[in-house]
Design a protein around this ligand. Structure first.
Ligand code: HPA
Ligand code: ZN
Length: 330
């Protein structure tokens, strides 16, 4: 099974590139940029990655990315992850990034976009890996700020595959960002949003009705509403489920209690992603093998999940055909 999962042409729809910053690279970038870290060693950083909820994680996530200062740092961050993911058999990644988290620290938009776009181009040319770009807004910051950043990103609109919504979910409902997403729609941008990770099923409903999203990131709490489940099934709305993330952030106590098998049984369009692999105990392969162990899934289940992700990936028709053919051949 491990070999099957390694060679499965995996597609990751939900990945925060800042959450792929491994402690080793964090230390290297801290040294390069003359920044002091709150950890004495790589091991001490790893030991600190014990969370009791989303906010606890976000605190360390924002602290960790403080080492990212120059274009080269963003390039190194992304290439480091792309190479690692490719080594695990990943063929495509839709990458979230958080401009506000960098703008706040005085890092210009051009610096992060320059580094990320260079890494994307190189990965596509040399690694046989395709990359989607999702510019995400921090939902615990004011909507006006998100709107400003969206306008500021005008030179990059054509290069974005979607806009997203992430960070602390509770008490930051999708409706808060109605205007931002309306503007994005006017610009012809696709919209996705985190919903139903820590927040209630109603936030998923809002993301669909008010933000008109084409993808729900996480969405595991949809099971609290039969009506919503019925709708998600009818619309075949894709859910980007992140099993090891949900365990790390105590959305579920144990992977064996995870709603993934129920979501599948309900006929929902489920996919598997790593979310923040440097913080949650592993990348795409670790997430897949953990599911195989916890749920006893056979190859057919993983094929279905992979096909779902290929169908929904932000990529060209040609690349999608290529990925579907690879899946068939596997
Ligand atoms: N949820 C919300 N915001 C995030 C996450 C997450 O899992 N990872 C990075 N930002
Ligand atoms: Zn996420």
């Amino acid at each position: 099974m491990h070999e099957f999962l390694r060679n499965l042409p995996k597609v990751e729809l939900h990945l925060h590139i800042e959450g792929s910053l491994e402690p080793e690279l964090m230390f290297a970038l801290a040294q390069r940029n003359g920044i002091a870290l709150p950890y004495a060693s790589v091991q001490e950083a790893k030991d600190a990655y014990q969370f009791s909820d989303l906010q606890g994680f976000l605190n360390l996530y924002f602290q960790g990315m403080n080492v990212l200062r120059n274009e080269e740092d963003f390039y190194d961050l992304a290439m480091d992850y792309f190479k690692r993911a490719r080594g695990e058999g990943v063929m495509h990644i839709d990458m979230h990034f958080d401009p506000q988290a960098h703008l706040q620290r005085g890092v210009p938009l051009e610096v992060l976009m320059g580094g990320l776009l260079k890494a994307k181009q190189e990965a596509e040319e040399t690694l046989d890996l395709s990359i989607g770009m999702i510019m995400a807004f921090l939902r615990d910051r004011p909507a006006e700020e998100a709107l400003q950043v969206l306008e500021q990103a005008a030179p990059y609109w054509k290069l974005l595959d979607a806009i997203g919504l992430d960070s602390a979910e509770q008490n930051n409902p999708p409706i808060k960002f109605a205007e931002v997403f309306k503007r994005a729609k006017q610009l012809g941008l696709v919209c996705v949003a985190h919903a139903g990770e820590e927040g209630p099923a109603d936030y998923i409903q809002q993301a669909l009705d008010i933000l008109d999203v084409q993808r729900i990131d996480h969405g595991v709490r949809c099971l609290e509403s039969d009506e919503l489940v019925e709708r998600l099934r009818r619309e075949q709305m894709v859910l980007t489920v992140c099993p090891l993330s949900n365990v790390s952030l105590k959305v579920v106590e144990d992977l064996r209690d995870h709603p993934l098998p129920r979501l599948l049984k309900e006929g929902l369009k489920v996919t598997i992603s790593s979310d923040d692999p440097a913080y949650f105990g592993g990348g795409m392969l670790a997430n897949h093998t953990a599911c195989a162990e916890a749920f006893g899934w056979d190859e057919a289940v993983f094929r279905q999940i992979t096909q779902n992700a290929i169908e929904e990936a932000f990529t060209t028709p040609g690349r999608r055909e290529e990925l579907l053919a690879r899946l068939q051949a596997h």
